[in-house]
Design a binder for this molecule. Sequence first.
Ligand code: AG3
Length: 284
Amino acid sequence: MIDASGWFSEVYPHHGSAFSLKLKAKLHEEQTPFQKIEIYDTEWFGKLMIIDGCTMVSDRDNFLYHEMMTHPVLYTHPDPKRVWVIGGGDCGSLKEVLKHPEVHQAIQIEIDERVTRLAEIHFPDLCSSNQDERAELLFIDGIQWVRDAADQSVDVIIVDSTDPVGPAEGLFNEAFYRDCLRCLGPNGILVQQSESPLFHADLMAAMHATMRKAGFTNTRSFLFPQCLYPSGWWSGTMASQSALTGFREADAAGRPFETAYYNTEIHQAAFATPVFLRKRFADL
Ligand code: AG3
């Protein structure tokens, strides 16, 4: 929603709240076969991408989400060589993945090519690693991709999707998780964006339960700030058949690349579970 004085608001009707940004200019709007994409220039958050009325990415704060969706999982896996990003069409997660020299191949599987083509124009920084020879960009359905892919053909799957409605809905169910598990090699890890711990704790608990039903023996969530998204507080959830308790701390401390949010202390702290969530997850 945009009001007469140029404020964009994403309203959360079920939670009696909203997040607003002051816009400077509208740069683009289009309806793709999958969704409506809008791009704005804002007063302080830089460029902003909105999909179906929901905030996706801003220049100002995307580092929080993209670093946390990638570095914790890549430093939890003992040797992540093959990585898939399902969704993630703005290429921000792909860029962070490619910072890891141990990654040999990173495939982004985005259903809507227009998200990437518009990100190339309006978010060139997020797309700055797209030419990396280890990167492959596919524009097909991620659900179909994991259904068709060979057993044990990937080390880490990162699901960087929109909310679990519309095109992303099928990325939150048992059949999808079963396919992911089959595709993962030994010590393989799935990580998925899992919405707000404050607004969507039920969804998070359901996600843990569904991942376990699909055969993952270990699931863990981690939390991070993200003011652009509902409640300003966001989460990711990992699933694996290997333990998810430790990480390659020395490698993370000596990481050969820049980050703006992620470090080893943040990694550890992000996995601390608040009391109200622990209660929610208690009978899993
Ligand atoms: N993926 C998570 C978007 C969820 C936002 N939800 C909302 N605004 N209601 C973002 C893609 C970043 N690569």
